[in-house]
Design a protein around this ligand. Structure first.
Ligand SMILES: Nc1nc2c(ncn2[C@@H]2O[C@H](COP(=O)(O)OP(=O)(O)OP(=O)(O)O)[C@@H](O)[C@H]2O)c(=O)[nH]1
Ligand SMILES: [Mg+2]
Length: 478
């Protein structure tokens, strides 16, 4: 009876969180989810496709309309071997039962059942009716306790009522489930029907392989970002006549600095889009005042992420301070007779991170022109901050449940600064790993090939691995 590809119909009351469960399990954040009951009006199949192959299917349903009537019919026909099939056959032509026959059709065809209940609410008579009628279908079935308001008062009651009628009862929060929790839920499907064991096993293997591939892709995106950001330069040729006066020079410096900073922001922005797509997120927002929402080059971000001052000093010595081939900003100012830090005259951002200039300015004099070049980034703190932030972003992409979609307006997700400071990824690395990264950053800045690239990839992959086994940024109350 069991279908070749495991197929599960998600049942439950309106608003129990059925669509949220499907969205999270299939990583589909485009499924309609709403606080109003009755959002899903017809059953739809959502397959999980990996490498072009469907490995499991979930059917999102609107839930029962006449559970009492169906149960009554089931009870009077209990002798029949397949109640779901018999019910559908008997009521196919009856418009009064159009909804219920449509709902039971996939079950009649052999789909298993996942009942989603809101475990934070008291059990009502209607729940008992549904539980009993699903038991009578005799299909493989699992119940999910989706604890919507995180009230534990009724959980034991639910466990007791459900365990009598379902092969497996599990707690699963569609809004906060991480990758590991999803895999655990899928594994439990094996126990609801032995015949599914090989397929579910295969589905889990395919998931694991796919996840590994995405993690590798994320590591590549992150390495590319570091390489691009640390070799980034902006040049502008300006007629000498425009730089005779200090105001003219300041204007050029301001413009080129803005372009440089915007370029760095854009590189991060593009890498974030890639990370989002590796982990299949389309609907996305971050709270503007969170570490991910703030400006990359802001002092808040630089303080919350990256290495500590002490760690930076240690890796600085080991990696050899950036060579002084280009003029420092301050020196550049002097050479132009201004003595001012770049940007100061424009009243804008100074291009400083952690008390040090972000990059150096080089001015080449050619006949009738000056070529202003800023970059690459010489600030030792910046690459670690950038790495930590893209890691944090990856954590959000890996662990953010698709069923949660964008954060709710009234409860925006928070990423507390204190937590991040304690959980900073790079500051938790070993001194050896930090030195390896610092050396790699220095060679990229100098446009040198580095034999440390593979070692860095391993470090990055290691952090991602840790993130994917953690709950970082998956919880609303983080
Ligand atoms: N806090 C929280 N809210 C949840 C969770 N799961 C679902 N919700 C919310 O509950 C509401 C209903 O979720 P849906 O997934 O649309 O529920 P449904 O059972 O598909 O609803 P219908 O299609 O209307 O029957 C939405 O506002 C969800 O955001 C959860 O795990 N935690
Ligand atoms: Mg729905």
């Amino acid at each position: 009876m069991a279908a070749k590809i495991p197929r599960l119909a998600i049942m439950g009351h309106p608003n129990a969180g059925k669509s949220s469960v499907v969205a999270t399990l299939t990583e589909n954040d485009c499924i309609a989810i709403d606080k109003r009951a009755g959002t899903t009006t017809r059953s739809d199949v959502y397959p999980v496709v990996i490498d072009g192959r469907t490995i499991i299917e979930f059917i999102d349903t609107p839930g029962f309309q006449n559970p009492n009537a169906i149960l009554e019919w089931f009870q009077t026909h209990e002798g029949k071997s397949d109640l779901a099939r018999s019910f559908v056959n008997a009521h196919k032509a009856d418009p009064l039962y159009a909804h219920d026959t449509a709902l039971l059709e996939p079950v009649a065809e052999g789909a298993g059942i996942i009942l989603v209940v809101d475990g934070s609410k008291r059990i009502k008579e209607k729940d008992r009716v549904e539980i009993e009628l699903l038991r009578l279908t005799a299909r493989p079935r699992m119940a999910i306790l989706n604890n919507l308001t995180r009230q534990n008062r009724y959980m034991t009651q639910w466990q007791n009522a459900l365990s009598k009628a379902f092969n497996s009862v599990r707690e699963f929060n569609a809004h906060r489930a991480t990758y590991s929790e999803r895999i655990r839920l899928l594994s439990a499907l094996k126990s609801i029907d032995q015949r599914w064991e090989p397929q579910v096993e295969e589905a889990i293997d395919a998931f694991a392989c796919d996840w590994q591939r995405r993690t590798d892709q994320a590591a590549t995106t992150i390495l590319d970002l570091l390489r691009d950001a640390l070799s980034y330069k902006v040049s502008r040729s300006v007629k000498s006549s425009k730089t005779i006066f200090q105001s003219g020079r300041d204007k050029v410096k301001g413009e080129i600095m803005d372009a440089f900073e915007d370029g760095l922001r854009q590189l991060e922005f593009d890498a974030q889009a890639e990370i989002r797509s590796h982990f299949r997120h389309n609907v996305w927002n971050v709270a503007p005042d969170s570490i991910l929402g703030r400006d990359l080059l802001s002092e808040d971000v630089s303080q919350a992420l990256g290495l500590s001052r002490r760690q930076l000093a240690m890796v600085g010595v080991a990696a050899g301070a950036a060579s002084g081939v280009t003029l420092d900003l301050a020196t550049a100012g002097h050479s132009l007779g201004t003595g001012a830090l770049l940007g100061a005259a424009t009243g804008g951002f100074l291009g400083v991170m952690g008390g040090k200039a972000l990059a150096k300015l080089n001015i080449e004099r050619a006949p009738n022109t000056h070529v202003f070049t800023i970059g690459p980034v010489s600030n030792p703190r910046f690459p670690f901050v950038l790495l930590d932030r893209i890691m944090l972003y990856s954590a959000r992409a890996m662990n953010w449940a698709h069923g949660r979609q964008a954060a709710e307006e009234d409860a925006p997700e928070r990423v507390p600064d204190k937590d991040i400071a304690r959980k900073g990824f790079t500051e938790e690395l070993t001194p050896q790993q930090q030195r390896t990264l610092a050396k790699f950053f220095n060679s990229v800045r100098r446009s040198k090939e580095s034999d440390l690239e593979e070692a860095c990839r391993t470090i990055i992959a290691g952090i991602l691995q840790g993130v994917s086994l953690s709950e970082i940024d998956s919880r609303g109350d983080l």
